[in-house]
Design a binder for this molecule. Structure first.
Ligand code: PMP
Length: 397
């Protein structure tokens, strides 16, 4: 039977990494996948992670299974990151968290619960959004609809279009929001817009699902939760998919969390029992190591401080690269005005480069960028900047 199966198309982002690896040109630049690179072009293990791993090596006494929902201390620490250490959502027990295999696993947990236990049929995602969102939600049988988000002419949030397209959301539909550092545009709502969106959502009865994969990459760990915390103020029910791949650099350890907030602790427990039943049937219980590392860090004040500093270092380096990129393009005589890139948040930037320009950058200059023109700014360094900008200027003509 297997020969009747047609080949799946390569994943647009991970497929690009494969092509990059196979490229034998010595001067090559990968700005495709969203992985943080330091000034040397490396993705090192964070120092604080190394310290926590040393502690774990000392203290770990068993490799026995975790519970279905995973490490409880980790779950509590995740909730404090999301809602704030003093939040009554955390102390009241209205929130329950399952340790999940990456943010992707958490999105899957959310979709499965919504489809199988809430009878939800539709999810609204921004246009554009992370390429894998559609895969995850469609695999669970959800119909994926888009709300407007990006204005390609002004290279900014099209807030009026966003609001008017969101008017079509029916009561009880899922609405996916990027907690911060919107992927792929790097453009987030401002504080007033978040507040208004939260009010509209509460009025209309949307079920918000926050995808929170870049906490700490926009302004700071606490500051970046502003949008979510606005929603948490006036929603009795919401869901969050956290990823710690980027902000702890734990990409291959698959560390994420699915958090459900209900009206009361009792309702939370009842609903969460079905989340657990879904996990049991899927991967039974989560892998331990990465979440244990995050838990050690977040439950130790000094290590938490160190982590904040390391996240700040990554954030600042990316911001510096944004500035240098815009300056170098200008110095090299770029026709376009790229200054909008300086105002964007997180790892990504929507460059405005066309599909043809992206193709030429790859074939003629060994510069790898996703077809949509999304650039991972985190892949830029002082060393590759000149070559990169000269290539872009060349394909502009
Ligand atoms: N959501 C968004 C917006 C992302 O960019 C990513 C990672 N690229 C994820 C979720 C998934 O993260 P993870 O690798 O932890 O599954």
């Amino acid at each position: 039977m297997f020969e009747l199966v047609s080949a799946a198309p390569a994943d647009p982002i991970l497929g690009l990494t494969e092509a990059f690896k196979e490229d034998t040109r010595t001067q090559k630049i990968n700005l495709g996948v969203g992985i943080y690179k330091n000034e040397d072009g490396q993705t090192p293990v964070l120092n604080v992670v190394k310290k926590a791993e040393a502690k774990l090596l000392e203290s770990e006494s068993s490799k026995s299974y975790l519970s279905i929902e995973g490490n409880a201390q980790y779950g509590l620490a995740v909730q404090k990151l999301l809602f704030g250490a003093d939040s009554d959502i955390v102390s009241s027990g209205r929130a329950l968290t399952a340790q999940s295999p990456g943010g992707t696993g958490a999105l899957h947990n959310a979709a499965e619960f919504a489809v199988n236990h809430l009878g939800i049929k539709t999810i609204w995602v921004s246009n554009p959004t992370w390429a894998n969102h559609g895969n995850v939600f469609k695999a669970m049988g959800l119909e994926v609809k888009q709300y407007e988000y990006y204005n390609a002419n002004t290279k900014s949030l099209d807030y009026p279009a966003m609001l008017s397209s969101l008017e079509q959301v029916a009561k009880g539909d899922l609405v996916l929001l990027h907690g911060c550092c919107h992927n792929p545009t790097g453009i987030d709502p401002d504080a007033a817009q978040w507040k208004e969106l939260a009010n509209i959502s509460a009025d209309k009865g949307w079920l918000p699902l926050f995808d929170f994969a870049y906490q700490g990459f926009a302004t700071g760990i606490e500051e970046d939760a502003l949008g979510l915390r606005e929603f948490a103020k006036n929603h009795s029910e919401l869901m969050i998919a956290s990823s710690f791949s980027k902000n702890f650099g734990l990409y291959n350890e698959r560390v994420g969390a699915f958090t459900l907030v209900a009206k009361t602790p009792e309702v939370a427990k009842q609903a969460f029992s079905q989340v657990k039943a879904g996990i049991r049937a899927n991967y039974s219980n989560p892998p331990s190591h990465g979440a244990a590392v995050v838990s050690i860090i977040l439950n130790d004040e000094a290590l938490t401080q160190e982590w904040h500093q390391e996240v700040a270092d990554m954030r600042v380096r990316i911001k510096e690269m944004r500035d240098l990129f815009v300056k170098t393009l200008k110095d090299e005589g770029a026709k376009g005005d790229y200054s909008f890139i300086q105002g964007q948040n997180g790892m990504f930037s929507f460059s405005g480069l066309s599909k043809e320009q992206v193709a030429s950058l790859k074939s003629d200059f060994a510069v790898y960028i996703v077809g949509s023109g999304r650039i991972s700014v985190a892949g830029m360094t002082k060393n590759n900047m000149l070559a990169l900008c000269q290539a872009i200027v060349a394909v502009e003509n």
